[in-house]
Design a protein around this ligand. Sequence first.
Ligand code: ADP
Ligand code: MG
Length: 561
Amino acid sequence: MAKHQFQTEINQLLQLMIHSLYSNKEIFLRELVSNASDALDKLNMLHLTDDAYKGIAFTPRVDIAIDKEAKTLTVSDTGIGMNDEDLVAHLGTIAKSGTKAFLENLSGDAKKDSQLIGQFGVGFYAAFMVADKIEVVTKKAGEEQAYKWISAGDGEFDIEPAEKEGNGTSITLFLKDEDEEFLETYRIENIIKKYSNHIPFPIFMDKENFIPAERDDEGNETKPSSTEIKNEQINKASALWTLSKSDISDDEYKEFYSSLSHDSGEPITWLHHKAEGAIEYTTLFYIPSKAPMDLYRVDYQPGVKLYINRVFITDDDKELMPTYLRFLRGVIDSADLPLNVSREILQSNPVMNKIQNASVKKVLSELAKLKKKDAEKYDAFYSEFGNVIKEGLYSDFGNREKILELLKFNTLNSNEQTDIESFVTKVDETKKEIYYISGKMSLQMLKNSPQLERFKAKGIDVLILNDEIDTIVFPMVTEYKEYKFVNVSDAQFEESEEEKKADEETAKAFESLVGAMTEALGDKVSKVEVTTDLTDSPVCLKIDKEDPNYQMAQMMKQMGG
Ligand code: ADP
Ligand code: MG
């Protein structure tokens, strides 16, 4: 028997699972079934694409067994399984970004932290919420030796050789006394229906059926009532996205979302689309109501899974959808992609590209619809993901106009936000210029900028862009339809003859001051000049957009420098 220590972070996670009372313990089962389903997916794909696995008999299924006397609950699968190295690597250390992000978000407040568990698939370790000991017996497909992993969640785990018939994994939870509710068949069946109804594999369980007594014509009992135990499939196991929309209820869509996203909240909306014609594919995308915690991490976990004709291919490809739509959860399934497609080939595959482009357009137009139809829902969406969508302004040139139309802007002349479509109805039609000012500061500070004084004097409205992301993306946005984006510092207004004359006189009057300032500031500035742009402030700093230093600074910012 070999003893191993859990990685420090895992211990931290386990302490939380074991010691903080958690109101939604049942999700442990969702996590175990989701792992079983992943293991079946993996073997399914190898079975179809890799000759070495073709000889292995493969009947994909998940079995749940309850032993009331031993107080155990066992979840088994006929999937890929694990060898001893896998066990150490996967059930002892944290590799997945999701779990890492979860740990980084821990606050130390047990109550708050335990709520994070529900938002986040923290997987296998969630089983320690209900079990004081866990045994994993597993055999990797194609290998001879099986292994047993045992832990009481107390800092260490043991691995020893074991006996097991076929490949796959069997996970036995020794339930805590207070968690005996999970020994009830109906309870387990309900949890499975709630979270795992539409995993693409069948889940079986022994169910007790009541058989009523038989009676003769006079009503005398000829055979007493009895119970019969039958092994039954308890989930639908139909990949939900393959069904037609009219056969799917809202609740089923939501359940599927929950099993897919591990999110306990409801999605804001979803789009289910079947394309028929030259290329056949199905997409089902959900827009979550809460941003996942790793949304702003470079190693975020992508939320879209790729299937080829219902065979799972990957859930870890960041290029399936553009990064500015990384909050999407869902499925892309197409029969028109080659099964043994590699990641590199996938990127340049014309079928994949068509699916991606069409999907992006669909999502953007759905968001536009939501914005028009349901302001409240859209606001909820926008406050979570508005800044992510903005990233598309520089990464997705082709859809820039559509993305701009999804944004909500603060403006100089109003305290209400507006959108670009209504903003341009008020711009000067002879100039067709959209003025904006951007800076990472409070809205009020930016509105008070001296650069806006001449706009205030003339009553011209200006977009006030005060999010950090604005300062990065808007310099790249040059136009919307026939309107030009013009930074306030570059705006020029026609002057009358009299105004020009007055300006010249002012310039003359300040000539000696300008000379003195130029000398005093030296090479800290490129130029000092008299301006008529200001009405209240004496001086303001101006940035020359053509200055290579300025452009370099913008580029560095974009690269995260
Ligand atoms: P995640 O599923 O996000 O990777 P988990 O904590 O749920 O995180 O699982 C950790 C890892 O353990 C999985 O990635 C997988 O490699 C392995 N694992 C867990 N359950 C099984 C199983 N039933 N069959 C094969 N491997 C499993
Ligand atoms: Mg998991």
